[in-house]
Design a protein around this ligand. Sequence first.
Ligand code: PSZ
Length: 500
Amino acid sequence: MASTLLSRQLTYMLQQNLKFSLPRSRYASQAADKRDGDAEFDGPLMKTEVPGPRSRELMKKLNEFQNVDAVNFFCDYGESLGNYLVDVDGNRMLDLYMQISSIPIGYNHPALIKLLQNPNNLSTFINRPALGCLPPENYVQKLSDSLLSIAPKGLKQVQTMACGSCSNENAFKAACIWYQNKERGDALHTKEELESCMVNQAPGSPDITILSFMGGFHGRTFGCLSATHSKAVHKLDIPAYDWPAAPFPKLKYPLEQFVRENGREEARCLEEVEDLIVKFRKRGRNVAAIIVEPIQSEGGDNHASDDFFRKLRSIAKKHGSAFLCDEVQTGGGATGKFWAHEHWGLDDPADIVTFSKKLLSGGYFYKDEMRPDIPYRIFNTWLGDPSKNLMFSEVLNVIRTENLLDNVVQCGKSLLKGLKDLQVLYPHFLSCARGKGTFCSINAPSEAKRNQLVLKMRNKGVVLGGCGEKSIRFRPSLVFKQQHVNIFLNIFNDILSDHK
Ligand code: PSZ
């Protein structure tokens, strides 16, 4: 697979004068096209409707032993490249959703192919260790090269995990352990605590809580699900903790036009956060941690101001609660900074920052005082995967050498400007264009119309995602360049003009 890809890339580079399969873009300048030295396709190429016949056949087979209602289509990952996802029917689509925001540098990046072809790396891929007890010799170095090199300011400790949910689960546990140790002061845990926790009773299993926000999404596992409040279908029939859930600001866009009004809405929500903390404390149910996403993603790409987050951080501190920042979706560069919370300019860093998706494996960074006091309190079999860290250190090299964060800032600006222009052209259809970096979104008039639009775009060769009730979200990888912005905007414009 890799060698055919490499040779195809070479062929492509030799054929830079290829005719573009799309009509010459109205947005794109010829110079923008020429600057594209990337070994990639020149545009979407559609052969069938999506899902096509081969996808349908495979869906039918999979349906025999799995529910396939969420399957969009089957993919040919061997043929996919850069910003383009190819399906099993040979349709080549510009991917602005990138496996739910989790591919950092596009499909089959040559740097990663090279890494996998290096025989010295084989054993890391073959032998997956139980990291908590038997780490490989190069692990310290590899972690330093990869995750520790992008640790958020003020956080020197890192715990790796496999996915976003298990990162948040364990971050909750670390916060609870920290909170209870703080409450105990110098005292050791008691015999009563050790016995009562075995039957899920206080004081060993304390009635402390995690405060989250309505519209937030922190994963689907049991603990995380109690902090997730984006869609009922995620939660239905699952027992949940009765934890405080505060309103998240419902802001008006563009943010710069509604500063005063939005400020009042944020103040209302912050007041509610404090009221909830006090109310729960009075019931003997202290808030051990507050968890928040820098941009509520699944819940509809809901933004709040830097000031809101700074104040929220201060509230957590004032009430002795840990401040957890869930960067599972926002982390990894798509907002134009590696961590979205860097935009806030916090004086006192978050206590814990969780990650996954674009960082290839999960985990969290945390302050020294959150370090568990006894081994095996935070533990599982794999605790992440060194092969993912190895790939991630290469991803970081690419981000640095290709200046991808600058690219995100530039392309994000032109994507958002294009969305705002289209919003002016189609005011009956589009509203609330918003975003940071390429982490952008726009609203359709209804859920049905949003879904229709996403499907139409897919049949024209652009993969998009939905979020919240009626938003379309853009989650391209960091190698999304100006020419891709142009291709997308042209197709979007064509589809929208058909809707008129
Ligand atoms: O439907 C789903 O389960 C989806 S769709 C997108 C996600 C999940 N995102 C995962 C996610 C996230 O966006 C935030 C902010 N926090 C935690 C998670 C959970 O990560 P995973 O899916 O890796 O467990």
